[in-house]
Design a protein around this ligand. Structure first.
Ligand SMILES: Cc1ncc(COP(=O)(O)O)c(C=O)c1O
Length: 359
């Protein structure tokens, strides 16, 4: 028997691992999970029944083309079905975008810090990450990002609102940026948190995509729609890009349960709007309370807030956990705290107040 192990791609060496938000420990003091930007509500009305019905046929493969869901999305966004591509969560679709555009020798630009999957999926593709620091106000530096484009650039992620800071770029600056990016470079507007945006100046990427063939919009059912565990997201892009996404899709990646649940969730829109509205109210309450406590917190358009704690980040996360809420620390930088149940948000605020007094 040979002693050598199978040859693996060199690109995989040193790849950072994705750190999922820590779960709330069952029976432990931390009863609330504020670490993954999930929706704290139970499934929307009718979704559980739909899922239960779909479960009775999971001996069958799902509809590989997600025909019904695509039809529903096509109507809702007034886009041709051929401009839609579904995948296993929007992170799955993002990975397909990289497979479709980028490989060794190519460059992928994104802000940093931003969604932690970007460096991972870029490295897997074999392309090189070009990370452009956020401004001191924790917002995308779009001028610097446009300046970083070279003839090797294949794809640029703009995470709007940005994970983990919650900050969003506005229409005029985004349009100016897009005018500077060559038309053969794909710009991906990652709008996982779009439903929580209340600033009218933050553009809807779907409107931008209509005029710009090199723009692709990513959306997900994981956040506002509360289907994180079912793994379904989608892209809206012009024909060549959407077609490439269908080529790079994992066959049968989106389960029938996920497809049917997504349709049922879209049809429960009134309830969804109410829930998102309540979360936005809670977000504003949390933000105001933090500012009253004396923290400098960036304006957030998402379902989470970002607290820059520097060296005290880990201690803060541990204090939250002891108090009953798990948050998401980025050691040495800050914590991202999802807006959850009122009681959970109050636990976080109380810990924040204590830390503020100790400063
Ligand atoms: C900015 C951003 N994009 C994409 C995703 C991926 O979501 P999903 O794969 O569940 O659709 C997340 C999840 O945290 C996110 O924060």
């Amino acid at each position: 028997m040979s002693e050598t192990s199978p040859k693996l791609r060199a690109e995989l060496e040193g790849i950072p691992t994705y750190k999922p938000g820590k779960p709330a420990a069952a029976g432990g003091p931390a009863a609330y999970k504020l670490s993954s930007n999930e929706n704290p509500y139970p499934p929307l009305p009718g979704v559980m029944e739909t899922v239960t019905a779909a479960a009775s046929s999971f001996n069958r493969y799902p509809d590989m083309a997600c025909t019904a869901l695509t039809g529903e999305l096509s109507e809702r966004f007034a886009v041709p079905a051929s401009h839609l591509a579904t995948g296993t969560g929007s992170v799955g679709v993002a990975q397909q975008l990289l497979q479709a555009t980028s490989g060794p020798g190519d460059e992928v630009i994104y802000a940093w810090r931003s969604f932690e999957a970007y460096p991972i999926i870029t490295q897997i593709s074999g392309a090189t990450s070009v990370q452009v620091p956020l401004t001191p106000g924790d917002v995308h530096d779009l001028d610097a990002m446009a300046g970083a484009v070279t003839d090797r650039t294949r794809l640029v992620f703009v995470c709007n609102p940005n994970n983990p800071t919650g900050t969003a770029v506005r229409r005029a600056e985004l349009e100016r940026f897009l005018d500077r990016v060559p038309s053969d470079v794909l710009v991906v507007l990652d709008e996982a948190y779009r439903e929580f945006v209340r600033d009218a100046e933050v553009p809807d990427g779907v409107e931008i995509y209509r005029e710009r063939p090199n723009v692709c919009v990513l959306r997900t059912f994981s956040k506002a729609y509360g289907l994180a565990g079912l793994r379904v997201g989608f892209a809206i892009a012009h024909e060549p890009v959407a077609a490439a996404l269908r080529k790079t899709a994992v066959p049968f990646g989106v389960s029938q349960i996920a497809q049917d649940a997504a349709i049922a969730s879209l049809r429960a829109e009134d309830e969804l709007i109410g829930r998102v509205g309540s979360l936005v109210c809670e977000r504003n309450r949390v933000l105001e309370a933090l500012r009253e406590q004396g923290w400098t917190v960036p304006e957030t358009q998402a379902n989470f807030v970002w607290l820059r704690l520097g060296e005290r980040t880990t201690a803060f996360a541990q204090a939250c956990e002891r108090a009953g809420a798990v948050v998401r620390p980025f050691a040495g930088e800050g914590v991202r705290v999802t807006v959850g149940e009122t009681e959970a948000n109050d636990i976080f605020l109380k810990v924040a107040e204590g830390f503020r007094k100790d400063l």
